[in-house]
Design a protein around this ligand. Structure first.
Ligand SMILES: Cc1cc2nc3c(=O)[nH]c(=O)nc-3n(C[C@H](O)[C@H](O)[C@H](O)COP(=O)(O)OP(=O)(O)OC[C@H]3O[C@@H](n4cnc5c(N)ncnc54)[C@H](O)[C@@H]3O)c2cc1C
Ligand code: FES
Length: 256
């Protein structure tokens, strides 16, 4: 389903708070869906009416016979309303959209995820890829995230960040691991922009390849509104919903 212009109404199978109630897991019925890790969907529940006009973008955490799985953090009006969805309700879904993470099994791949940025890597880890490891930085308790699910498939290291010292320690490990991949491996990253900025700096400094997933604000999700543009190294603006959200780390600026 990656080559169609997709918009359809899907039914909610479940919508439940996780171990930390600020993170909610939503499963939609999605027979026949396939997608690639890093792609996303735009969600707009039918009952939003005219109260909230624009759909909201979310990474596809997994898609299988059990449905299309999303994990989201409640941060504002849209996500708080999404958290109230109940089984049987309808959600208009655009997707799968955007570019995805390209693994290269011939060399080491380091996944770096920050917080809810871990979501797209659930699907990637499920295939038990060789030559892949995960470094995960998180603020909430580890059980709040699908870390164990991923770490059951690939080697994973988690570092909780609750203080400035924790953040510095994470940055140091990040620098060491990215440096160790110089010329030999690549980084695949998703998380808050400050983390992506640090990753980009280290990738450029050490000559390590990388792909980063941007979470620019989006409205249409299909390249029409220009609300999500990212600036390329050539000074052009491109829609991150179509040209991204996963970009080569050398191709875009991050407002440094
Ligand atoms: C490609 C993509 C994939 C995403 N995947 C996930 C995911 O898997 N799980 C998840 O929890 N979230 C994800 N997000 C972020 C999610 O889309 C936003 O948190 C959501 O749209 C917020 O909607 P809201 O109405 O609740 O917040 P609003 O009321 O619109 O805003 C509330 C607060 O959140 C901030 N905010 C809103 N959107 C974003 C954003 N895109 N990035 C950073 N801050 C934002 C606003 O600045 C504001 O401070 C993704 C975003 C993109 C672009
Ligand atoms: S969200 Fe409209 S162009 Fe990207």
């Amino acid at each position: 389903m990656t080559d169609r212009t997709p918009c359809q109404e899907l039914e909610v199978l479940s919508c439940c708070p996780g171990p930390d109630p600020s993170l909610v897991e939503l499963t939609l019925s999605a027979p026949g869906w396939t997608c690639k890790p890093g792609q996303f969907v735009m969600l707009r529940p039918k009952d939003w009416g005219t109260e909230l006009i624009w759909p909201r973008p979310f990474s596809i955490c997994d898609v299988s016979a059990s449905g299309l799985r999303i994990i989201f953090q409640c941060v504002g009006r849209g996500t708080e309303k999404l958290a109230q969805l109940r089984p049987g309700q309808g959600v208009v879904v655009w997707g799968p959209l955007g570019q995805w993470f390209r693994l290269d099994a011939t060399r080491p791949n380091l996944i770096v995820a920050g917080g809810i940025g871990i979501a797209p890597f659930v699907m990637l880890a499920k295939t038990k890829p060789g030559n892949v490891s995960l470094l995960f930085g998180h603020r909430l308790a580890l059980e709040a995230y699908p870390f164990a699910e991923i770490a059951a498939q690939i080697p994973g290291q988690a570092m909780q960040q609750t203080s400035k010292a924790d953040i510095e320690a994470f940055g140091q490990v990040l620098a060491e691991r990215i440096k160790a991949l110089a010329g030999t491996g690549q980084v695949l990253a998703c998380g808050p922009e400050p983390m992506l900025r640090v990753i980009r700096t280290y990738c450029l400094r050490y000559g390590t390849d990388g792909q980063i997933s941007l979470e620019n604000r989006m409205a249409c999700g299909v390249g029409a509104c220009l609300g999500c543009v990212a600036r390329t190294m050539q000074g052009e603006y491109v829609q991150s919903c179509v040209h991204g959200p996963v970009f080569n780390v050398r191709d875009i600026e991050l407002g440094e």
